[in-house]
Design a binder for this molecule. Sequence first.
Ligand code: T1G
Length: 686
Amino acid sequence: MRINDCTTLERDGGIAIITVDSPPVNSLSVAVRKGVAEAMMQAAGDSAVAAVVLICGGRTFFAGADITEFGKPVIEPDLRALQQIVEDMPKPVIAAIHGAALGGGLELALVAHGRIAVPSAQCGLPEVRLGLMPGAGGTQRLPRVVGAARALEMMTSGDPISAAEAARLGLLDRIADEGALRDEAVAFARAVAADGAPLARIRDRPLVVEQGLFDAFREANGRKFRGLMAPESIIRSVEQGIALPFPQALENERALFCALLEGAQSAALRHVFFAQRQAAKVDAISADTPIRPIIRVGVVGAGTMGGGIAMNFANVGLPVTIVETRQEALDRGLRIIRRNYENSAKKGKLTAEQVAQRMACLTGSLALEDLADCDLVIEAVFEQLDVKQELFRRLDLIAKPSAIVATNTSYLDIDRIAEVTGRPENVLGLHFFSPANVMRLLEIVKAAKTDLSVLATAVALAKKIGKIGVVVGNCYGFVGNRMLAARHAQAEAVVTEGALPWDVDRVIRDFGFAMGPFEMRDLVGLDVGWNRATSSGATVREMLNEMGRHGQKTGGGYYDYDEKRQPTPSPIAEQAVLDFSERHGGQRRIVSDEEIRDRVLLAMVNEGAKILDEGIAQRSSDIDLVWINGYGWPAYRGGPMYWADTVGLPVIRDKLKALHATHGEVFRLSPLIERLVAQGKDFASL
Ligand code: T1G
């Protein structure tokens, strides 16, 4: 019988089967909670029912609380009330899991009296990724099943575990055959009912915790948890819960959860969660925009970028032909790829078989002609327009007519590259970030003539290879590097005026970045984009390069590095700064941390506003994703445009106007900010 729009209650002999089907992911919305509660109570009152199976339709078991309900008044029954109904049922309840039991979904399964899943299922408590923590008993029940140490790892990483691992840990009681979940769950329920044993509740299990676990865990993860509130709340909930009666431990957990829910970090991370899903929705692309099949991929260039790019496709089983001009460069590139995979295998992230499978997808060649049957060719050659144009002329003659030809350029004008081919509609930018096999961001750059089916294909391909694909327009630096240029101009300006590089890095690191602009420059290499032939000491960076100080790779740049690459401010770099200031900046002065932060971050926000106004980015949250996933903007601050909204655009406007008055044109206020303030709106309203 139908209980409500998303819940049905059926009988299979003495077994009641409650099925929830609430697309897209069976999140525990009001309707789902009401439906399951009502069905449970009917099953409880039905003397012909000996046990209950709780199962979901669609692609997954309950994927957690309904995130869209957060911040709204709670409508009963809330999740904990539903859990109480299940846990207090007078007859066994079996949770039957496929897809993923996540967050509140797993917490609901934990109050059932048994859990069965198909081999492909996953179980996890990913709340920490939303700046939250399990708020429905997860911090109290999971440790009672898998042990406190493993539970802390799962809850503070948010990583789900496989059904096999869950079964090994005792989180699952049985594994069903794929496609037989319902039948095997019914059989399991029937067996439990027939057994007639008292109904075991996880809450009644003892919790044994090794001495010193919590402080050791804090110590081991201090760097990873830096700036984040949720991990500490999770640890505290488990730690404090030990000494409390279970009901009080649940109340303590709830109080910690609510504090996070009402906090700024969770609001920002929930913004990022939805922003990631929004990014794939491109206004110009409709559901019926054709997506081209990408069966074979070609990569030109086996250097750092080309090799990393190629790995993304090999990772998902796509055959990739990598072309180089010299055998030793090709061999070196393939050797580095293999080494990367083998390092992952050493860390347990890949099996030896997976390494072999991925290497088998890669074919090296010295002939562009070997790319003739590729559906997509990506070039990652020297960042010089004439070099790329010449390559595109050749590729245009070799690649099949339907092939998409993409450039990985960071700054060059893609229209100038497309125009040398006879297929500008099949040309776009696929801007990967180094290391390309690790960084999740992919800027998908639409050139003037890029066909929409090519764009749609790139958006779908980004999801397939696990990238966060953000569609951006064709301008100098697109979105990320254009704002990076604005940031760096101010970082260098404040150093010329009186600050030192390590002052700027400290301020930016204290804001939440993993490293500051000068540390990042040393890491990437000061000589990237530097030309010895034309270098004339025109910037501190040129001065350092001319001294042979190219950053970490030469043991010194702005910082000196020891054998473990630990940085210390370099007296040589400091002298270069002072000399440069004397030549260009006049009298040095104290530059406050607040001024450094405002100038560096507001220059980025102002540039982001111009990018929006020019239509280079479709929405402000796309810009947030670019900076979080490409440049390390702290996700718990939501991204530059989200952060500006939290500061308040009127404040941003006034600060920019003041900076414009003191530092000139570079801070001229974006008209978009002026308009939004006048309308009482913010970036998110666009
Ligand atoms: N609530 C509401 N909507 C959700 C949702 C959720 N929990 N999860 C996904 N969606 C939407 C998503 O916005 C998108 O919408 C569509 O579903 C498909 O998602 C008390 C408090 C389940 C692994 O953190 O990890 O429980 O864009 O594109 O790639 O302790 O969604 O189509 O309109 O991601 O196949 C904990 C979050 C919540 C899981 C599927 N649970 N979701 O991935 O599809 S807090 C989570 C995911 C909680 C308790 C606490 C993934 C997925 P639209 P998708 P996918």
